[in-house]
Design a protein around this ligand. Structure first.
Ligand SMILES: [Zn+2]
Length: 188
């Protein structure tokens, strides 16, 4: 399970990124290019923070579809749901470029996020919390986002991106080919 989880997470991450890049390369979808890194970071953050629960992981991951439209609280199956980030200031809310729910780019993103195979893979990824690789991620998050401190949204966003960037650099050094086991293991 250990190695399988690592392989699954690496393949999933690579798969999501490839699809996002392909989507953002289409005419009229260029706005998405600046958000790819944040979406990938959100994927890792969802894995790290799900506490081993598939339901939590799915909820965190799919909350992205509300967030990208500027909706941070919504009703789902008769329950009130909200994004997992700290509340945004009015300035943040007004400054960000949100997607329109009826736009082509949003529909493309929705297809990627809700992909049946990906949602099935998330079940594997909850086990990933037990691996050293996720501990690395956790530690990196704690380094840049200590739990005892409260950060404004802008700072939190920047620090999350920094964590993701550092880990992605490390990941890239380890190799992105999900079939090259030895290199993936060296990530840990
Ligand atoms: Zn949000």
């Amino acid at each position: 399970m250990h190695l399988q989880s690592i392989l699954t997470s690496n393949c999933t991450h690579t798969g999501i990124k490839k699809k996002l890049v392909a989507l953002s390369n289409k005419k009229d979808n260029r706005d998405l290019q600046g958000s790819i890194r944040s979406i990938i970071n959100h994927f890792w953050f969802s894995c790290a923070a799900c506490g081993g629960s598939t339901e939590q992981l799915t909820q965190r991951w799919t909350s992205l579809l509300h967030h990208v439209c500027g909706e941070h609280e919504w009703q789902e199956d008769g329950e009130k749901k909200r994004c997992f980030h700290a509340p945004l200031s009015l300035d943040d809310q007004l400054r960000k470029r949100w997607l329109q729910p009826n736009s082509q780019v949003f529909k493309g993103l929705q297809a990627i996020v809700m992909d049946k195979r990906l949602l099935k893979d998330l079940q594997q990824l909850t086990h990933f919390k037990h691996t050293g690789a996720l501990e690395v991620f956790h530690n990196a998050m704690l380094k840049y986002l200590p739990k005892r401190l409260h950060f404004a949204y802008g700072t939190m966003d920047a620090r999350t991106k920094l964590t993701g960037t550092k880990l992605l650099q490390r990941w890239q050094r380890a190799g992105s080919d999900c079939t090259r086991n030895s290199k993936i293991q060296s990530f840990i």
